[in-house]
Ligand binder design. Structure first.
Ligand code: URA
Length: 436
């Protein structure tokens, strides 16, 4: 075989040809070792975005990213199930599902990410609990999983490092929204993290990477296929992200809502998603045999508060102030709360997740670029969602702000996210499909 050259691999993909396993491995390995520079990786990523990859190439890319670092061996815990959401606005499901599932006896060792753009991140949310430590070593991660059966932490640096470096380039070269690149990025982390099965929540709508159902279904199918080729069982739920999930958007506000949900006081859409994702995890984790049994287990863990107790245990184990779990007044609180009121009577016909997400970033709850600091107290609490009937002057949302220069703009953006109709509007469907 003649020696491989990075430029020829880029040209081959640029011209729409399929790459071999050796070519993909050569490129990712060379990049990981620092022998292939960022500019060639950027060109490669753009070629993939424009020309695509088939499932076999995407699996090769995924496995090359897995091989770029260590792969956790969690076999001592039996069957380990991970959960991953492709990200959205107000998505605090992990904070609820992980303790519920762990309370049902299925170990959850979850590596989560930070928010970027208007998509929130579980780590940022957890850091609104004073003292909560997200950066654990692999040894700490394993020891906590053995002791209490739950960990929610950041990805260790040694896990799929090629993904971290490639994502940083994608973020600044316009190459994030590519189905094979998203699929390989997500799956490489899940496989390197030692999961035997993965429950994916593929979000669809204006607040998600995938704006329409056919693209979300393609992404979900591809991840299921990668899982099959890599011997990891993958089940994907397709769920609505056209309006935010639940009522709270913003870090401490979302953790408080997650705690309320664990107490049995959550908003209907969040509860529905929690039960769906939690029962899928129990099924693929072989803790339940049938969907009804799995749902019953999750519902019981909410009703008897064993999920809430597990969350308290998690917070304490990772150095957080566990008193916050019983007294959410201890969370950081914004200086000012302003209300958005309905200008006329009607039905909420539209509540744009992307606009609410952008407004919350302006309030300081998210970051425009990697490394920006986060204000954990700020955000938006929605009082009316699509389908709700409102009278003139009713509160549509509360805007929690901390006296930043962009506060007025954020308020206007959040107000613009609502569209009222004089005619009755149906609530949006949350669960849009399933791929397994
Ligand atoms: N989430 C990831 O982990 N990677 C992507 O590329 C997109 C969403």
């Amino acid at each position: 075989m003649s020696a491989l050259r990075a430029v020829e691999i880029i040209e081959k993909k640029r011209d729409g040809k399929r790459l071999s396993a050796e070519e993909i491995a050569f490129f990712v390995d060379g990049f990981t070792r620092g022998e292939i520079p960022d500019y060639q990786m950027s060109a490669f990523l753009m070629a993939v975005l424009l020309r695509g990859m088939d499932p076999r190439e995407t699996t090769e890319l995924t496995m090359a990213m897995v091989r770029s670092g260590e792969r956790l061996d969690l076999s001592e815990f039996g069957r380990v199930v991970d959960k991953h959401s492709t990200g959205g606005v107000g998505d605090k499901t992990t904070l609820i599902v992980a303790p519920l599932v762990a309370a049902c006896g299925l170990p959850v060792g979850k590596m989560s990410g930070r928010g970027l753009g208007f998509s929130g991140g579980t780590l940022d949310k957890l850091e609104s609990i004073p003292g909560y430590r997200v950066q654990l070593t692999t040894a700490e991660f394993l020891s906590q999983l053995r002791q209490i059966g739950i960990v929610v932490a950041g990805q260790t640096k040694d896990l799929a490092p090629a993904d971290g470096a490639m994502y940083a380039l994608r973020d600044v070269t316009g190459t994030v929204p590519s189905i094979p690149l998203i699929a390989s990025s997500v799956m490489s982390k899940k496989i390197a993290g030692g999961a035997h099965a993965v429950v994916l929540d593929v979000k669809v709508g204006r607040g998600a990477f995938m704006k329409d159902l056919p693209s979300a279904r393609r992404l979900a199918r591809l991840m299921v296929q990668i899982g099959k080729l890599a011997s990891v069982e993958v089940v994907a739920e397709l769920t609505d992200m056209d309006q935010p999930l639940g009522r709270a958007v913003g870090n401490a506000l979302e953790v408080a809502e997650a705690i309320a949900t664990l107490r049995g006081e959550g908003p209907a859409d969040l509860v529905a998603l929690t039960i769906a994702a939690g029962s899928e995890m129990l099924l693929v984790g072989e803790r339940a045999r049938a969907a009804r049994q799995a749902r019953g287990m999750i519902e019981r863990a909410i009703a008897d508060r064993t999920g809430l107790a597990k969350f308290r245990e998690l917070v304490a184990a990772q150095g957080g102030d566990a008193r916050c779990v019983d007294d959410t007044q201890r969370f950081p609180r914004a200086k000012r709360i302003r209300e958005i009121r309905a200008p006329r009577a009607g039905y909420v016909a539209d509540l744009a997740a992307d606009e609410i997400g952008r407004a919350s970033v302006r309030l300081g709850a998210g970051r425009e670029k990697k490394g920006d600091p986060i204000d954990h107290a700020t955000g938006i609490v929605l009082h009316a969602k699509v389908g709700a009937r409102v009278a003139k002057g009713d509160v549509l949302a509360e805007v929690h702000s901390d006296d930043r220069p962009d506060d007025d703009e954020a308020f206007a953006l959040a107000a613009k996210a609502f569209r009222l109709s004089p005619r009755r509007v149906r609530p949006r469907r949350l669960m849009l499909g399933r791929v397994a």
